[in-house]
Design a protein around this ligand. Structure first.
Ligand SMILES: [Zn+2]
Length: 455
């Protein structure tokens, strides 16, 4: 582990001092002692609330009874897979993703790219190569999407068998079928996969003995319930009404590139730097858009439907701190920030994380800032949709409607339900944490001798 991580971790992990009595020295890391086997299973899109429900004794079924309780893992913003996995695995030295989604704007080429079956293999998303077990390729993805619950159960059984056969000290598994099942059937659609995983893991741990340490985690949450309305038509109307032209390239100052792909509750716009502030204001004014963020000199600006604020970060030896000022209005994120730290001035990063972790907007400023720093081709404007809304390609929306009916569940937004994944470990030395920031998950759970080198 390189230097610097300790300081970052100090701010990034939120330990509940009252609930966790100080352990013996040297036990501050979760996980088994060196020399034992570690199995890491990343289940895409399993919400914290789902794991909390299923681990409850009684009605919940008391699954994963020999694990510590699940801890909310606060995702990146956008709370989507390619952002969140790069954020989580960054601690292990993994590179950033080229874009927020498979379709993105490439600043070097000056055009939109990705999102097709050929580009899937041409454009490198480092997280896809990271795992020891990961289903690969658009064809297999399509086959699995037809019956995600059954496919997910089979996928996990195959992955666990591969781990046992490998004899490797550390083994990492990524399962995407949980994401498909969650989008199609909502959180309860995940129950059969998680019940089977619980049974499979009990068998595996019986065979492997006490030397096996298992870490279960997910990359983001899930939000919805009702029929989600696509904001894309209104976004396109707003772009045109303000005199911008939607293009696939940025050739002129008035050109705007949009990258709808999939059906999510966040979106990005790319434009000349001179246009970003006005574009952010225009997009935030669209019905169904909760807020939009841009970078400006020295900080960031957030436009909400009924507020506007700017914020800055100060980095220093004593740890990072945040300061914000409300330019107009209130409500939404502005209200959450006002409640978290009513006094003006710098608020330590760890304090702001603690004060906002359980609110409607968990850890908002760190994540809004990382919406630009966390990807190789950052957008000019990144927006979060309001409850009941989504953003996406019309073709995907139609295909979803024909096959399963209108989409009701998705993620991507800054809000809590879309943002909260989970982390739990079978290690008895796990400290009780109230919440974990995405980039603190690995450093806190990897045993020193696990074979995963942390930077
Ligand atoms: Zn995901």
């Amino acid at each position: 582990m390189k230097r610097g991580l300790g300081r970052r971790l100090g701010a990034a992990c939120l330990l509940l001092a009252a609930a966790a009595p100080p352990g013996p020295p040297g036990r501050e890391r979760v996980g088994a002692e060196p020399g034992t086997r570690t199995l890491v299973i990343l289940l895409d899109a399993v919400p914290y609330a789902t794991m909390a429900r299923l681990t409850q004794p009684g009605d919940g079924g008391g699954l994963f009874a020999d694990f510590g309780p699940p801890v909310p893992l606060i995702s990146t913003f956008p709370s989507s897979t390619s952002m969140a996995l790069a954020g989580i695995l960054g601690a292990a030295g993994l590179e950033l993703s080229p874009g927020y989604e498979a379709r993105f704007f490439d600043w070097q080429l000056g055009r939109r790219r990705g999102g097709g079956p050929v580009s899937y293999f041409r454009v490198t998303f480092p997280w896809r190569e990271y795992f020891d077990w990961n289903r690969k390729g658009p064809l297999r993805n399509a086959l699995h999407a037809a019956r995600p619950v059954r496919a997910g159960i089979r996928e996990l059984a195959g992955a666990l068998a591969a781990f046992e056969a490998s004899g490797r000290e550390t083994f990492t598994i990524y399962v995407a079928d949980t994401d498909t099942a969650a989008h199609l059937f909502g959180p309860t659609g995940l129950d059969p996969i998680l019940r089977q995983l619980d049974a499979d893991l009990r068998g595996l741990r019986r065979r492997q003995g006490a030397g096996l340490s298992v870490v279960l985690l997910s990359d983001h949450g899930l939000a919805g319930g009702g029929r989600l309305r696509n904001v894309l038509p209104d976004v396109l109307r707003a772009v045109a009404a303000h005199g911008w032209r939607r293009r696939d390239r940025l050739a002129d100052e008035r050109d705007v590139v949009l990258t709808p792909y999939g059906l999510v509750s966040s979106f990005e716009a790319y434009a000349a730097p001179s246009q970003a502030a006005a574009l952010s204001r225009a997009l935030a004014g669209v019905e169904g858009v909760d807020l939009c963020v841009t970078r400006d000199e020295g900080g960031w600006s957030v436009e909400g439907g009924d507020f506007a604020l700017t914020f800055e970060r100060r980095t220093g030896a004593a740890g990072d701190a945040w300061r914000w000022s409300l330019r107009e209005g209130g409500g939404g994120l502005a209200a959450v920030l006002g409640k978290a730290a009513p006094a003006a001035g710098w608020v330590p990063d760890s304090e702001l994380l603690a004060a906002t972790a359980a609110t409607e907007y968990p850890d908002p400023l760190y994540r809004l800032a990382a919406a630009f720093a966390g990807v190789k081709n950052p957008a000019s404007v990144v927006c979060s949709t309001a409850e009941g809304f989504m953003y996406g390609a019309r073709g995907t929306e139609r295909a979803a409607r024909w096959t399963k009916g209108a989409l009701r569940w998705t993620h991507g937004a800054l809000r809590g339900d879309a943002s909260l994944g989970f982390l739990m470990t079978s290690s008895p030395s796990a400290p009780a944490a109230a919440a974990l920031r995405f980039d603190a998950a690995l450093p806190l759970t990897m045993p020193a001798g696990s074979g995963i080198t942390l930077r």
